[in-house]
Ligand binder design. Structure first.
Ligand SMILES: Nc1ncnc2c1ncn2[C@@H]1O[C@H](COP(=O)(O)OP(=O)(O)OP(=O)(O)O)[C@@H](O)[C@H]1O
Ligand SMILES: [Mg+2]
Length: 234
């Protein structure tokens, strides 16, 4: 992925298998969010392929990629503040499932509400269903964003610093949440807290100036001399 003269991602040969929970780590500006933006159709990569279940989705519009089963949350919270918590999730469910046409069906709308309520249960926000999203706490808004992504029924969920700006207690809760949804999903997560990464993930990919510096298990990454030098220096 190039931005004019800047090569933000270069030669990123990367594979994630179904059921994996993988962290992407790397210093500020390493290219982590850009990687997610390419995967999810926010950016059109200047070259390369992105295969999702064998289909090249590079350069596809993000709604098409979403319909094929990839969802993401943003580093900076991206919700509809003037809609209720339930509506935020319901709209996302609608975009994925049947589009507008399903509203013609008698039970379609009820199905969407049921789906949205189930998602709110899974992210612990059911009691806040009728609250305007703007009135939720920062941590609740971050979890709502995960709910919005889940409502699109992804196979692969990309979480960009889901615990950014959270208190210690909120971070712990969100990590419990990610752990519970990881049972049925493939997850890619950008996370700076190394303790969280080590506990949560089976595999870690380290980005450094847009290139892959190392990939491996948490133990392998911790012992990797290059990684220690450029990223894990204590
Ligand atoms: N839309 C864009 N236009 C131009 N340059 C960009 C754009 N998006 C990202 N960049 C640049 O690409 C590089 C990678 O940025 P990116 O946001 O992907 O880093 P990151 O690893 O997510 O960092 P952070 O940990 O701070 O979130 C940076 O040099 C950034 O300035
Ligand atoms: Mg980023």
């Amino acid at each position: 992925m190039r931005f004019g003269g800047l090569t933000a991602l270069n030669n990123v040969n990367f594979q994630i298998n179904r059921g994996e929970v993988r962290a992407i780590i790397g210093a500020n500006g390493a290219g982590k969010s850009t990687f997610f933006n390419c995967l999810t159709g926010v950016l059109r990569p200047t070259s390369g392929r992105i295969l999702l279940n064998g289909e090249n989705v590079a350069g596809m519009p993000s709604n098409k990629i979403s319909q094929r089963g990839m969802a993401r949350s943003y580093q900076i919270t991206n919700i509809l503040p003037n809609a209720t918590t339930l509506e935020n999730v319901r709209i996302a469910a609608q975009s994925r499932r049947h589009g507008w046409s399903m509203l013609k069906h008698r039970d379609g709308y009820r199905d969407l509400i049921d789906k949205a309520e189930a998602v709110l249960d899974s992210v612990g926000l059911r009691p806040k269903a009728d609250e305007l999203a703007a009135n939720l706490s920062h941590g609740e808004q971050r979890n709502l964003e995960i709910g919005i992504a889940l409502a699109t029924e992804p196979q692969l969920l990309c979480l960009d610093e889901p615990t950014a700006g959270m208190s210690g207690a909120e971070t712990h809760e969100t990590m419990q949440l990610v752990r519970s949804i990881a049972k049925n999903l493939t997850i890619l997560i950008v996370e700076h807290d190394m303790q969280v990464v080590m506990e949560l993930c089976n595999q870690i990919t380290v980005l450094h100036y847009g290139e892959i510096l190392a990939q491996g298990t948490p133990a392998e990454i911790q012992q990797n001399a290059r990684v220690q030098e450029v990223y894990l220096k204590t």
